[in-house]
Design a protein around this ligand. Structure first.
Ligand code: HEM
Length: 464
């Protein structure tokens, strides 16, 4: 592995409320610019002292491995997740994403079977069906915000996977609450929560709304004697080794977590993939060739994915350049040594996988270029260990990674077979790193109906 870049100079401590506010503002207005400059100036692992809080910035693959895998037991999720007032826990309660220790271990064991590959088949049907419904609404020449389309599409899939069709009219309510979570996580929270700012009031309403909808859905299902195969039923029925089941509160927390974690990340994977394809016509042409040859115009099914290796490589490479979860953070629960650095108990470590994924030391001088062939089985073997972590690593690796990859591939295959998506002329795309990495201000694209092997798909559509 290449030398670690450990420059001596370290950032000066940030003192006082106004200096903190200024840094926060700079950070929020240009997150990647700010963090990128910090790594260049202060090296692979450096520390920002903000008041009493020590925050370590990390990008080196060996350090990522130490935090997430080798010394994972010395870290917990940090306050951004676990703080019941200021963290995600305010919305998600105590769930897989926001808990630690024995409680997390039990929840992970209870939930793992719901993500077993045998279960993916059922979810795959929702993925294919929802995409077909969306494509049915699409027309040649239309200008659409693809961000909005992908968000609605993956939301539909997660709602059906969680609640079959029962959430129906509640989807809108849950979606509104989720928008508030976005606003909440994207805004520095410096004021105490008893001050009734507009965001604070929206936050309270969102939590009440989520509780009202989700508890109602749980109660309805508990009273239902029919067989269901969705995640809600699996969570209700799951038992630990002592035969104990989850309480309504635990089920509520896990459902909201899966809802949050399970759609926006995949929607963004698709957003960035369509954007990158629109900027790289030779890669787009190769993808179309594979799809036309293997599928010949029919909708894909799960079993097709093994015959679509290039489709998978396109998705993986897109997640390298634009990882939807672009940082992972932890808090040290004891003193830890990472490389040459002593990290004290209570310090926060922020792992900037976005920069690791674009570092020429691991990805070559063309690290910024979109090259799906980096993910052929042979090339994957030569990749630097822990230089590619779109789903994290170690015990806390994304539980939904297979769900997400399947979903992204099935959706890309269905959509790209029928349409070429062209970026609206003059629109500049910029990443917006909030809770996930979204395209700032949406992704306006023009739909262009494709022809397969000389047969117009428009004709197929008209005859269907
Ligand atoms: C492209 C899509 C996705 C990406 C990029 C992604 C990324 C991640 C990452 C990086 C983590 C680790 C966070 C950490 O270590 O702190 C994570 C955890 C998690 N993800 Fe995903 N995720 C995706 C899709 C999904 C889906 C579809 C679901 C569920 C349906 C899901 C559910 C979760 C949960 C529950 C955790 C917490 C796991 C634990 O701590 O035990 N994710 N995800």
């Amino acid at each position: 592995m290449a030398e670690q870049n450990t420059l001596q100079a370290q950032p000066k401590p940030i003192k006082g409320f106004f200096q903190l506010l200024q840094v926060m503002q700079e950070f929020v207005s240009d997150t990647f610019g700010w963090a990128g400059r910090a790594f260049q100036q202060y090296g692979d692992l450096h520390m920002w002292q903000m008041g009493d809080v020590k925050q370590y910035m990390v990008i080196h693959p060996e350090h990522l491995y130490q935090v997430l895998v080798a010394q994972a037991h010395k870290f917990h999720k940090n306050g951004d997740y676990t703080d019941p007032q200021r963290g995600l826990a305010r919305f998600l309660g105590s769930s897989l994403l926001t808990s630690d220790g024995e409680f997390w271990k039990r929840q992970r064991k209870l939930m793992q079977p719901a993500f077993h590959h045998k279960r993916i088949e059922g979810y795959a049907q929702h993925m294919v069906d929802a995409t077909a419904e969306m494509l049915h609404r699409w027309h040649d020449g239309t200008l659409l915000d693809i961000d909005r389309e992908m968000m609605a599409l993956t939301l539909k899939v997660v709602v059906r996977s969680l609640f079959e069709t029962e959430a129906g009219e509640d989807t809108q309510k849950i979606s509104e609450a989720m928008d508030t979570i976005q606003a909440f996580t994207g805004t520095p929270r410096l004021l105490p929560t008893w001050i009734p700012t507009p965001l604070e009031m929206r936050t309270r309403r969102a939590v009440n709304l989520l509780d009202e909808v989700i508890y109602r859905l749980i109660a309805k299902r508990r009273a239902d004697t029919r067989t269901h195969t969705d995640l809600l039923s699996m969570l209700i029925e799951a038992q630990d080794e002592n035969g104990e089941r989850m309480s309504d509160k635990q089920i509520r927390d896990e459902l909201v977590t899966l809802y949050l974690a399970g759609h926006e990340t995949t929607a963004n994977t698709l957003n960035w993939t369509f954007y990158l394809l629109s900027q790289n016509p030779h890669i787009e042409a190769r993808l179309h060739e594979e799809l036309d040859r293997v599928l010949g115009g029919r909708a894909p099914v799960l079993a097709d994915l093994k015959s679509l290796p290039y489709t998978e490589q396109v998705i993986k490479e897109s997640m390298r350049l634009f990882p939807p979860a672009f940082v992972v953070s932890r808090e040290a629960i004891e003193d830890v040594t990472i490389g040459e650095h002593a990290i004290p108990k209570g310090a926060v470590v922020v792992l900037w996988t976005y920069f690791t994924h674009r570092d020429p030391r691991w990805w070559g001088e063309d690290a910024e270029a979109f090259k799906p062939e980096r993910f052929t089985p042979e090339s994957e073997k030569t990749q630097t260990r822990y230089s590619y972590l779109p789903f994290g690593a170690g015990p806390r690796i994304c539980i939904g990674n297979m769900f997400a990859l399947t979903e992204a591939q099935l959706m890309l295959a269905s959509i790209a077979q029928q349409y070429r998506l062209r970026l609206k002329p003059g629109h500049a795309v910029k990443p917006d790193p909030k809770l996930t990495l979204r395209p700032k201000g949406g992704l306006p694209m023009i739909l262009e109906k494709r022809t397969i092997q000389g047969i117009s798909m428009a004709l197929d559509h008209a005859l269907a």
